[in-house]
Design a protein around this ligand. Structure first.
Ligand SMILES: Cc1ncc(COP(=O)(O)O)c(C=O)c1O
Length: 376
């Protein structure tokens, strides 16, 4: 035998790793910059970090480490259910980050040669999860505004097994209106198509509850809504996310998941985070104010085309600057500012970047650095 790797399934051998933001480890590993020196605008997480109450809870819970965690994360599922109107524990499944649930969904519902519709550019792991099970991603390129055209989407959806939608979308920050999402889910229901709606960034949207479909899952047995503690709650390194769906859907997903998938500290921290209403309020207020500040500041730089956003990050076309996204990233990095070069996203060319909304001091540094690099 040359290598046991040759025995891997064919579809696994074809997989390529996805590129993500937050590359500070790579960079630090290569000693390009020490971690503390980098202002990381490439990772879209709450700039205030996690709730201090969640951190305190973790410290008080270290004695749990010698034990297996609750395999069903019962207290966490209850806390999540309590935070919505029409949700019971049976409608919720927790994951090792929400990304685990993307893979679990594809594993449970997609078979070889099934087709999943994915509008691009979007989060790259949907495509990889679909490919991993031998199913076929059907990539639908969004137009120049990067808005989802629901009529076109519905036409393209026919004959597929599932569709992925990210709202607001990563990397564009664009929020699809409620009526369009409802139309898509209604049509999907009548065609027996599953809708995997990723709302990982929805807590950053003003009037989040008006846009979320979590409280609609009772009406839509074909809907799975994804949420995360990574972005708004800032529990990024702990890896905890969840999905909400009809209880029969949750039952099959739960039967297929790996045991003890959410560790004990992540479980208690997530419960504490959900209870810290004050931290949530402060985070929403900061993002709203700083998003506007950063949007205005970056839009005033004539060579940058900044797209409207409802999330905690901004998507920018930099072609007028004369630099590609990769070149601009290198230039900003020399000043200790890390941005996301979006070239790895399928469906766009090499002239798009994404920057996260951070605190005023950090946002000022970003603006100042852009000006230094672009107005030289
Ligand atoms: C749209 C979207 N969904 C899901 C994820 C996975 O997040 P996590 O596994 O940290 O919850 C990410 C991470 O960047 C994302 O951008």
């Amino acid at each position: 035998m040359k290598s046991a790797a040759n025995l891997a399934r064919e579809e696994i051998k074809q997989l390529k790793p996805c590129v993500h933001g937050g590359e500070i480890w790579n960079l630090s590993g290569r000693k390009v910059l020490e971690k503390a020196d980098i202002l990381d605008f490439s990772s879209n997480v709450n700039p205030l970090g996690p709730s201090p109450k969640a951190i305190q809870t973790i410290k008080k819970s270290l004695s749990l480490i010698p034990y297996y965690p609750d395999p069903n994360a019962t207290a966490l599922l209850d806390a999540i259910a309590c935070s919505f109107k029409a949700i019971n524990r049976e409608n919720v499944i927790a994951g090792n980050g929400s990304v685990e649930l993307i893979y679990l969904f594809a594993d449970v519902f997609m078979s070889k040669d099934d087709v999943a519709l994915i509008p691009v550019p979007t989060f790259s792991e949907y495509e990889k999860a679909v490919r991993k099970v031998g199913a076929r991603p059907k990539l639908l390129k969004l137009g120049p505004s990067f808005k989802v055209d629901s009529s076109l989407f519905i036409r393209e959806m026919r004959g597929t097994k599932a569709v992925f939608l990210c709202n607001p979308n990563n990397p564009t920050g664009i929020l699809t209106p409620r009526a369009d999402i409802a139309r898509i889910i209604d049509e999907a229901l009548s065609e027996n198509v599953l809708v995997f709606l990723d709302e990982d960034f929805i807590e950053f949207v003003d009037e989040e509850k008006r846009f979320s479909f979590v409280d609609e899952i009772g009406r839509y047995p074909n809907l799975i809504v994804l949420r995360s503690f990574t972005k708004f709650f800032g529990l990024t390194g702990l890896r905890v996310g969840y999905a909400l769906a009809d209880k029969e859907v949750v039952k099959v997903l739960s039967a297929a998941k790996a045991p003890w998938n959410v560790n004990c500290l992540a479980q208690v921290a997530a419960v504490a985070a959900l209870q810290d209403v004050e931290h949530m309020r402060r985070s929403s207020k900061l993002i709203k104010k700083e998003r506007k500040f950063l949007m205005e500041g970056l839009s005033s730089i004539s060579v940058l085309k900044v797209y409207p956003t409802d999330a905690n990050f901004l998507f920018i076309d930099v072609r007028q600057s004369g630099f590609t996204a990769a070149q601009l990233k290198e230039k900003l990095l020399k000043y200790g500012v890390l941005i996301r070069d979006c070239t790895s996203f399928v469906g766009i060319d090499e002239y798009y970047i994404r920057v996260a909304v951070k605190t005023r001091r950090e946002n000022l540094k970003l603006l100042e650095t852009f000006k230094k690099v672009l107005e030289k």
